[in-house]
Structures are given as C-alpha cells and as structure tokens.
Design a protein around this ligand. Structure first.
Ligand code: J2J
Length: 545
C-alpha cells in the first residue's frame, strides 16, 4: 500500500483524541501476549473440534507472523485475506497486526473481479485463500488473480492436501521453538499505532468497493468502547456466524472484542439454524450477532428445535432495517434479549445497551459508543434539521476515518471539507438520544446486510452487448429485506433474461450475490431532467409491480 493514500485526522484533532485517552499509542498486536499472560490456559478460539487456548493462540500467531515475515512481508504491506470463519482467519488477522502487515478483509464470495480490482488498488503482496471452499477452487482462482496483478505477490493457502510448490498458510505443525526470542523479535519490529492496521471494504455506492483504512489507535478504541457498551467479559462466549471479515462480527464487539477481555470465540462457517443451535448448546454460547434476515431464520426455526438455548443472553442484530414488530419477537423466540446495532465499516457504531427497556431495544438502534462521536443530522442542503426530525446523518469521531484509501475524487463526495462522513442514511433521534434509522439516500441494495452498489451492477450490465441502458433499484423482500431489481432498455433485435445476466457476471468473475434477481425490459427508462435514470420513478414502478 501507499501511505500517502491514507487520509489522516487533522493533527490538532488527533492531539485531542490522544490527550483524551481514546488513542493509547499501542499497536493491536501488542495486546496478544498480555491476553495470553492473563488468560493462559483458558480457551480463546473454538473451530469445530479444534480448540486454542490463549497461550496457544499467542504462540501460533507469532509462528505465523514469522512465516509471513520470511516471505518478505512487513510493515505497510497489504495482503488480501479471503478466508471463511475458521481459526486460520483469527491467526492471520492477529499475525498481520503483530507485523504491521495490513489485512484487507475480502469475503468468500468475491471472485476475479473484486480480487483483481482491490488487489491492484492496494498493491497487495499476497492473497490468502482456503484451498477449496463451498465446492469452489479458491487456490486456482488465486493464482489466476495474482498473475494478473501488475506487481509480484504470493498465494498462501489454508487447508487442502500438501502440493509441491504450494505455500501453506500455517505450514506443517512446527515445534514452538524459542517462543520468547520470537516474541521479542516481533515486539521490536512492531508497527506504529498511528499506522493502518487493516483495510475494510465499504458497502459503498461506487463502481468498485471502496477501501476503508482503520488505524491501530482507532480500531483499538472502537473495540474498547463497544466491549464496554455491550458488557463483554471473561465469561462471554461469542458465536461468530456472519462472515468474519465484516466489521460487525470482527470487532463490534465480535471476535476481537471477545478476545480482548478473555472470553471465548466460537466460529461457525454459516448461520444455518440447526448448526447454530447445536453450537449454542454445546459451547454454552452467551451472545451472537446477526443481520435481520438471519435472525428471522433463527426465529422461525427455534420453536421446538430440541436444543438447549438457555445459555444465550443476547442476540445483537444490525446491518439492515429491522421492523419493530419483528424486533419484539426475537427475544421471546430465542429466550434472550435483543440488542440492536447501527454501524458501519466507516466507523460510527450505535448500540442499544444490554439492559435497555423494550421500547428502546425494539424501536431504536441505540446510542453511539463514544462520547466523542459527533452526529449531525442535515437536510438536502446540508443544514442541520431541528432535533427529532429526519435528515441525513453526518458523523465524525475518534474511530471514523476522514477519507477512503487512495480515492481523492470519491472522498470529495463522501466527506465534507471539515471532515464529516456523509453516511447516506436517513435518521432521527429520540428525546432519549437514541438513533432511529428511517431510510437512506445512498444508491445501494441492502441484501440481508450485504451491500450491493447500484452503480457497480449498472456498469457491469451496461457492458453486455444487448444492453442500451440499465438501472438497478431495490425491491422489498420478506426474506432478505431487499433484492436487486434490474431495469434495462435493449438495443434493437436483442433479448435478455436473468440467466444471461448471471452468466455474464460469472464470466467476468463477479461475486454471485451481486447478480440482480428481478428484471424488467422497458422500451424507455424514465429519466430525470438531467438525463439520468429516474430511480424514484423506477422504485414506484417496483412498488406497484
Ligand atoms: C438499518 N440500516 C443499517 C441498522 C447498518 C455493526 C452493525 C452493522 C454494520 C454494517 C457494521 C443498520 N438498520 N441497524 O459495520 O460494525 C446500514 C446503513 C449503514 C450501512 C453500513 C457494524 N446497520 N445499516 O452494516 O459497512 O445503511 O456495516 O450505513 O456493511 O448499513 O454497512 P456496513
């Protein structure tokens, strides 16, 4: 990566955050051995039958860090991490933090299109993949992708059979060696806490996902605050079911929050209700997090499921809108309390607190986790609306970066000159200060919490030879909240159906979740006065379809 692509907080603001104790000046990897010393033999990570104690986690993280260093990876080198929920994901993330290598949190469904664009943008020095996952040969894909990057990079593979020439992520089980000497070497080479710790992908609105840089200082503060807000502690058993590379399960409080207080992280590769209930019973899970679509599936499956879910205290739900009527049913169905969360990989996190009264937990998305979070709710002209009214939310704060990585032109649109991030969400605040999400102005489809950029899909559809013009809008869906509805005008003599679109996207190597799920061919798309597709008119068409 190129450090000049990172937008820093202004020096005087950074000084305030440091003086206030938000930013502690310690890199994330420096906590690993502190955890190990405090919680030694307690179990930190459960992945199927594999259980790692805090001590083992520290030893194995350092082994992996040294392995990565041996490949020439070091401070400021970006690596794409595309791993499912497994122990290797946790080890890799922590090993990167130790070295100052910057993991880029890709998702398992990403393919050539995303891996090529992001890998090139951040000049990634490695791509870390499972050998196979869900019947897909990630290893072969990774080699094709890396060969197309304009710079040299390694492919590191987790799992699978030993193959000559392959670089196994964790290598054969090696003896621990001199643990202390290795630890000292890594401590001495630790990155500066103001440097970028990781890159998250934005659920953005542009052609290709934007990359969000999070520093060691800001992410550690985010984790510390959200752990306090959610009252995580050593008796927390957190079940990870959402893709671990998402900000929500990764750090809010998620995996990193749980580890930071000596709790136990249980990893599951999918949110399938049966497997989730079995894991809750077996591991005595106390808390888990889900998007509304997943929580809905659990609710339906929980009645008479035959599993003992009595250990579960909280289920944390966020990522897309949750209707109050549904919210009210989640707790009773699962025998626990609901916590709502409104958050974003760009920073700001709001939570209803664990003991919030029902009217707050069911009807609001909670309050910010930091007293230094600034929230401004504005009208279409950027003027603050009176308290309690609906407007677009702008935010700034000690864990909300001031720009995306390496896209100055985009940043001029997404951030104001004085550093506010325009969330694109419509919100209001209650008399009690809670945020209520009321809609959004940004152009995306929120499919069960997975964000699909309308512009990205439109650009891809526009490339099809049959298509003259394309526009994508959300269509409401009882299962996943929204699906992508594609409107097209075709060139004379051409035809198009959804299977053609799916095939073309697959051929381009686009993640399958971005394929539109409804299609209408129109003779003419409605247009705004400036000649763009009129999305409001198309949304009305969808509503009446
Ligand atoms: C409505 N829309 C919501 C909610 C997010 C915790 C929780 C979620 C995310 C996340 C996250 C919503 N109701 N409760 O990173 O740490 C929509 C908004 C927001 C966008 C951010 C976390 N919670 N949203 O969802 O970066 O539109 O983060 O701006 O993926 O999701 O998406 P993302």
């Amino acid at each position: 990566m190129n450090p000049s692509g990172v937008v820093p907080w202004p020096a005087e603001v950074a000084q305030v955050y440091r003086a206030a104790g938000c930013w502690r000046g310690r890199p994330l990897g420096s906590y690993l051995w502190e955890w190990a010393e405090r919680h030694g033999d307690r179990i930190a990570v459960v992945d199927g039958d594999r259980r790692l104690s805090y001590h083992e986690l520290a030893v194995r993280t350092d082994q992996l860090a040294e392995r990565l260093a041996g490949l020439g990876l070091g401070r400021g080198d970006a690596v794409l991490v595309q791993l499912p929920n497994c122990a290797e994901f946790v080890l890799t993330t922590l090993a990167c933090f130790r070295l100052g290598v910057v993991p880029v949190m890709m998702l398992p469904p990403h393919r050539e299109y995303e891996l090529t664009a992001i890998g090139t943008h951040v000049e990634a020095r490695a791509l870390i993949v499972p050998a196979r996952w869900r019947d897909y040969d990630h290893e072969a894909l990774a080699h094709r992708v890396v060969a197309a990057w304009p710079h040299p990079a390694h492919v590191l593979v987790a799992g699978g059979e030993a193959v000559p020439g392959r670089i196994d992520l964790c290598g054969p089980a090696t003896p621990p060696g001199d643990v202390t000497a290795r630890r000292d070497r890594l401590d001495r080479a630790a990155p500066d806490s103001a440097e970028v710790a990781l890159f998250l992908l934005s659920g953005g609105t542009t052609g290709v996902p934007k990359v969000i840089s999070r520093t060691h200082d800001d992410y550690e503060y985010n984790i510390r605050q959200v752990v306090a807000a959610c009252e995580f502690g050593p008796d927390t058993v957190y079940l990870t079911v959402l893709p671990a590379g998402h900000n929500f399960p990764l750090a809010n409080p998620g995996i990193l929050g749980t580890l930071s207080v000596g709790g136990r992280v249980v990893l599951l590769p999918s949110p399938r209700p049966e497997a989730v209930f079995a894991a809750i019973e077996r591991e005595r899970v106390t808390v888990t997090s889900a998007v509304p679509a997943v929580a809905l599936r659990w609710m339906e499956a929980a009645a008479d499921c035959g599993y003992d879910l009595s250990s579960l205290r909280h289920v944390q739900v966020g990522g897309s809108p949750l209707a109050p009527e549904v919210a009210a049913r989640i707790g009773p169905a699962l025998g626990c309390r609901l916590q709502q969360v409104y958050g974003m990989a760009e920073g700001l996190i709001c939570y209803t607190r664990p003991d919030a009264p029902d009217e707050v937990a069911h009807r609001t998305q909670g309050t910010p986790i930091s007293e230094y979070d600034e929230l401004l709710i504005v009208d279409a002209d950027g003027v603050a609306v009176p308290y309690g009214q609906i407007g677009e939310l702008w935010t700034r704060g000690p864990y909300t970066p001031r720009g995306y990585y390496g896209v100055p032109a985009q940043n001029a649109e997404s951030f104001t000159p004085d550093g506010w991030y325009r969330t694109g969400d419509l919100v209001r605040r209650t008399p009690g200060g809670e945020v209520v999400v009321c809609g959004r102005v940004k152009d995306l489809i929120n499919r069960g919490g997975e964000k699909i950029s309308a512009a990205e899909v439109e650009t891809l559809v526009q490339e099809l030879p049959a298509v003259a013009e394309a526009a994508v809008v959300p269509v409401a869906d009882p299962e996943v909240g929204e699906r992508a509805f594609l409107f097209v005008r075709l060139l004379p003599g051409h035809e198009l159906d959804l299977a053609d679109v799916a095939e073309a996207f697959a051929a381009r190597g686009v993640a399958a979740f971005k394929v539109p799920e409804r299609l209408a061919v129109l003779d003419e798309l409605p247009h705004t006065p400036v000649g763009k597709p009129d999305k409001a008119a198309l949304r009305r068409l969808v509503a009446t379809a």
